[in-house]
Ligand binder design. Structure first.
Ligand code: ADP
Ligand code: MG
Length: 289
């Protein structure tokens, strides 16, 4: 496209809340054949809240322990937990650690605790009691994300957290498909939650339980198959995949790191802006043909 056409295209984008960093990304967007979407914060609101709790009768302080550990974390799930248990007492935490794609750990009163998903419990060889397994499976089938709290040996409580799908996510997916684009969803969340969200918005290609670097590998594999790939994400955990994709799109209400890496930022964090951006590119590049 001519420099003028590109300038006009980028200006139109800006008016629609689609901020495009450079001319090249606008031109490339026209060629996109596959779009990879992160789930949490991209398809869903990423502002989940606590819906259910279940604890072992023997664990009296679990709420304070969970609250105090999550108080150290910036994950959306942590924010939901901190908001829910805001009346319990904050205990001092030492040795706080983030375990990428899995959860967190820390020491309280000389005892180590783990908070995170089922994979974390399995990896750390923590016992998951039968009653916890059953409740967790039941919640997960209803698209509730289960956060486990464990002592150094066993799970002592679980909390069920649910997120909401954004109003325009389903129509945006349908719109992209009508443009001949293949749609994929990636998430660090478990398969049950992933399937329930994917079914609701109409996505067939999904991968659950992925670590940040696996998100990037997934993008690479699509590229090897010959796809021109756009990655859409909101979090730090998406930044490697964003950097790998041919076109990278960040949600404006997401993390600063995602926006720094991305070529395109959607100010309103609205997924319907993705097909709009691709259409804009197609029409901009077509003007000069
Ligand atoms: P996603 O954005 O898809 O949730 P992440 O890599 O940020 O991906 O997290 C992957 C998973 O790790 C989460 O779905 C959650 O199960 C677990 N997790 C990460 N951080 C925390 C935390 N602070 N508290 C509880 N669970 C966590
Ligand atoms: Mg996310």
């Amino acid at each position: 496209a001519t420099p003028t056409a590109i300038m006009v295209g980028m200006g139109k984008g800006a008016q629609e809340g689609i901020l495009i960093k450079d001319a090249q990304s606008l031109e490339l967007s026209k060629k996109i054949t596959a779009v990879v979407l992160d789930k949490t914060g991209t398809i869903t609101k990423g502002a989940p809240s606590v819906k259910k709790t279940y604890a072992a009768e023997t664990s009296v302080q679990w709420q304070s322990i969970l609250f105090s550990l999550e108080h150290q974390s910036e994950h959306p799930l942590a924010q939901a937990i901190v908001g829910f248990f805001n009346k319990v007492s904050l205990l001092p935490v030492t040795d706080f650690k983030s375990i990428t794609g899995r959860g967190i750990s820390g020491t309280i009163n000389g005892e180590q605790y783990f908070v995170g998903n089922r994979d974390l419990m399995v990896e750390q060889q923590l016992t998951i009691g039968e009653e916890f397994e059953q409740k967790a499976e039941d919640w997960s089938k209803h698209a509730v994300t289960v956060v486990y709290l464990a002592s150094a040996t066993a799970v002592v409580a679980i909390v069920g957290i649910a997120d909401q799908i954004k109003a325009t996510s389903k129509s945006a997916v349908a719109d992209l498909r009508s443009m001949g684009i293949e749609i994929h969803m990636l998430t660090g969340d478990n398969a049950w939650v992933a399937h329930s969200v994917a079914d609701e918005v109409g996505i067939k290609h999904i991968k659950a339980g992925v670590l940040p670097e696996e998100k990037a590998n997934y993008v690479k594999n699509l590229q090897k198959e010959g796809h021109t790939v756009a990655m859409v994400g909101d979090g730090i955990n998406d930044s490697t995949a964003l950097a790998t994709a041919d076109v990278s799109i960040a949600m404006g209400q997401g993390s600063d790191i995602a926006m720094d890496v991305a070529m395109v930022t959607l100010l309103t964090s609205d997924l319907s802006k993705v097909p709009e951006a691709i259409r804009l590119s197609r029409s901009t590049v077509a003007t000069i043909r």
